[in-house]
Write a protein that binds this ligand. Structure first.
Ligand SMILES: Cc1cc2nc3c(=O)[nH]c(=O)nc-3n(C[C@H](O)[C@H](O)[C@H](O)COP(=O)(O)OP(=O)(O)OC[C@H]3O[C@@H](n4cnc5c(N)ncnc54)[C@H](O)[C@@H]3O)c2cc1C
Ligand SMILES: Cc1cc2nc3c(=O)[nH]c(=O)nc-3n(C[C@H](O)[C@H](O)[C@H](O)COP(=O)(O)O)c2cc1C
Ligand code: SF4
Length: 636
């Protein structure tokens, strides 16, 4: 069956070769001063070569004083045009329609002075934004218009106005953030005025034929926020003033899980919002939000719920998403698992990295080139580090043998995916296993090699990827039968009673808590730090925190375990006062240490080069394991 995803579409003078859109995603790769870096160009070029029909270049700032969290593209001065022009020129040979998203952060800025239609902070503890006067509003309108003019000068095919996600335009549209009583507030007419003036200004200065796409939050999911009924009316009015297309996202900074949905959100969770808007306009509508499964994206188009689909993190994870669809190689698409580590990096003002794609940010620098000399490489350990190393080494043409002591591949990916909200991690495990099968890696399961056996295989290189083991501190009572290790509970190797004390509220402790809550247990979390969820990305952590609060889970932060006795755990609070916690079981989630399996390979007289990767060097994340596996194997 021919895919609708691959059908061209034409509108507003644009001809898009397929229905696959790369939505704007700020990656933190711009220069500090907001100009385009080579890294920005390489990142987009890789995706243009990967076959997408349309790229909307990330959030580009129109005002010099209100910036976001870190290095962002800017367009508030003519000096930015040259870099942006270089970017467009690099992409154009690949028959891709390229737009630029124009944004003003409004009150959602962490580095600049927040400004807004009304003096309402983004959170109760946030700074009160300065209220824009009507003259200042007209000045900001001119900043957007100038930005659009510069975008056209740089060669962009269109601009996208960022009227979503709670930034300045959205703040004007939303009754939750716009309480003005002048002509820019009040009724929908008033709240829309700012956006309509920007559109009118662009049409007048840049040209009535220059396409303007608008990105809306279909719903904000906050009290008094934008509702779908109102957004539908906004969409109608925008169509009347001649915009080219609408991209339907959701949320604002208070509801980030609707913008960049973690893996627990359903696939295509915003599609019905796009469909509701599409029902009231004739211009093309773009749907977004966990559409990185080809089947899900295709269904959106087949069912007429949108005209194009945006695949955001799916394209971070695999720049060749579209190409692989075209080449009928869906099984080769490296799946985004919606872990939001990429977002976490950017929100901490760091350059984005991806859990599953070690190449991200190093496009055309990290390459899987054929090996100069074919070697026999023995990989010990079939977790993400070993699997990725085996995949890359085999793809380069090496002879790769992988030995795993368990009866299945995946290592700690299995326990990582045990909590109810984290099942999507299995998709990455399946992908890695498919890839090493495809590249004919020889796999031996249930095997632990001794020194002589290993050397008898005459390897040229040994890669140790043996992972980590749980830390069990010398704790009185830790050997009681009522005590279990977190990963044993998650993997159903140990059972627990009804009332459970979880010692350690980091990532593993939270996974166990979620797992046991779903099984009706009464739990208490003990955590030494002032907060739970250390190491979990911020959006998921916030969600988990509220889930635990909603379920009435006592979160005993700044508490440490003192001892375990039959029927109870004894903790100490900040002031060393004893807290007695009656319970049936205690689950220890107190961290990991590197495994010292196969230590003989590290002895000085070991005659073969040995490399270590992943948790057996330092317990970390899937991202660390994959990155180390890929980078090592690319050099062997
Ligand atoms: C409960 C839990 C939840 C987690 N959740 C996340 C998460 O959400 N996101 C994230 O990024 N990270 C998470 N992590 C961490 C992540 O799982 C690890 O960082 C990652 O799996 C490390 O990969 P690795 O390949 O180095 O080691 P492992 O995944 O541990 O794999 C090592 C493999 O080596 C095998 N092995 C060991 N010794 C030998 C031997 N002598 N011979 C042959 N094989 C051997 C083991 O059986 C295992 O299969 C979580 C960890 C835990 C425990
Ligand atoms: C790292 C990152 C940065 C983002 N930056 C922007 C941005 O600059 N402008 C914007 O409108 N949306 C931004 N988004 C949201 C995406 O455009 C997209 O709507 C979201 O990721 C959901 O789509 P997906 O599930 O396909 O990833 C960003 C998302 C990510 C992951
Ligand atoms: S870091 Fe996670 S969410 Fe972001 S693209 Fe990679 S897999 Fe997807």
């Amino acid at each position: 069956m021919s895919l609708k995803l691959l059908e061209p579409i034409a509108f507003s003078g644009l001809r898009v070769k397929n229905r696959i859109v790369m939505p704007p995603m700020g990656m933190g790769y711009a220069h500090e001063d907001g100009t385009v870096s080579d890294r920005v160009i390489r990142y987009y070029l890789r995706r243009a070569q990967g076959g997408v029909g349309m790229i909307v270049v990330e959030n580009c700032i129109v005002d010099p004083n209100v910036v976001g969290v870190g290095p962002e593209l800017r367009i508030h001065d003519d000096r930015y045009i040259e870099g942006l022009r270089r970017l467009v020129r690099a992409l154009k040979p690949y028959d891709v329609v390229v737009g630029l998203q124009l944004n003003h952060m409004g009150r959602q800025t962490t580095l600049g002075t927040p400004i807004a239609p009304s003096p309402i902070p983004i959170s109760p503890k946030g700074p009160i934004p300065r209220v824009l006067t009507p003259d200042e509003i007209r000045f900001v309108v001119s900043e957007f218009v100038d930005g659009a003019w510069r975008a056209r000068e740089a060669g962009f095919d269109f601009v996208e106005l960022h009227a979503a996600h709670g930034y300045l335009i959205c703040e004007f549209l939303s009754p939750a953030s716009n309480r003005r009583e002048d002509e820019y507030g009040g009724s929908l007419d008033g709240r829309l005025r700012f956006l309509l003036e920007i559109i009118a200004g662009i049409k007048e200065r840049v040209g009535a034929d220059f396409p303007i796409q608008v990105r809306l939050s279909g719903q904000e999911y906050v009290p008094d926020g934008l509702t779908l009924a109102e957004t539908r009316e906004i969409a109608r009015r925008l169509e009347q003033v001649g915009i080219s297309s609408i991209s339907v996202s959701a949320g604002n900074w208070q509801t980030l899980h609707y913008i960049m949905a973690p893996m627990f959100m359903p696939k295509g969770y915003l599609v019905e919002d796009a469909a509701a808007i599409k029902a009231v306009v004739r211009i093309p509508v773009i749907a977004v939000g966990r559409l990185h499964d080809v089947e899900v994206a295709e269904r959106v188009l087949q069912e007429g719920k949108a005209d194009l689909v945006a695949v955001g993190r799916g394209l971070i994870a695999d720049p060749e998403w579209a190409k692989k669809v075209m080449e009928h190689r869906r099984e080769d698409i490296r799946p985004c698992i919606s872990c939001n580590y990429c977002v976490d990096f950017v929100s901490r003002a760091l350059e984005a990295r991806c859990t599953v794609n070690a190449e991200l940010g190093e496009e055309f620098l990290f390459e899987i080139r054929p090996a100069r000399q074919r070697k026999r490489i023995l990989v010990i350990g079939g977790g993400p580090a070993g699997l990725e190393a085996a995949r890359v080494a085999a793809e380069r043409g090496h002879e790769v043998w992988l030995f795993e002591k368990e009866k299945r591949l995946g290592g700690k990916l299995h326990v990582s995916a045990a909590a109810p909200s984290k099942k999507e991690i299995h998709r990455f495990t399946d992908y890695l296993i498919r890839q090493i099968e495809k590249h004919r890696v020889r796999v031996e399961l249930g095997v632990t090699l001794g020194r002589e056996e290993l050397l008898g295989m005459h390897p040229d290189v040994v890669v140790l990827a043996t992972g980590s083991v749980p830390t069990i501190p010398p704790l009185p009572g830790a050997d009681l039968p009522m005590v279990a290790i977190a990963e044993d509970v998650l993997l159903e190797r140990a059972s627990v009673g009804h009332r459970v004390v979880i010692v350690g509220g980091g990532g593993t402790g939270c996974d166990v808590a979620e797992y046991l809550l779903a099984r009706g247990r009464e739990i208490v979390i003990l955590e030494l730090l002032s907060h739970i969820g250390r190491g979990i990305e911020a959006i998921t952590r916030r969600w988990l925190y509220y889930e635990f609060k909603r379920a009435g889970v006592p979160l005993l932060t700044r508490h440490r375990i003192a001892r375990i006795e039959e029927g109870r755990a004894v903790a100490l609070d900040e002031r060393d006062r004893e807290v007695i916690l009656p319970c049936d079981s205690v689950v220890l989630a107190m961290g990991y240490r590197p495994s010292d399996d196969m230590a003989f390979c590290l002895e000085e007289d070991f005659p073969v080069p040995v490399y270590r990767i992943g948790d057996c060097v330092r317990p970390g994340t899937i991202l660390d394991a994959v990155a180390q596996g890929a980078h090592l194997a690319a050099k062997l």
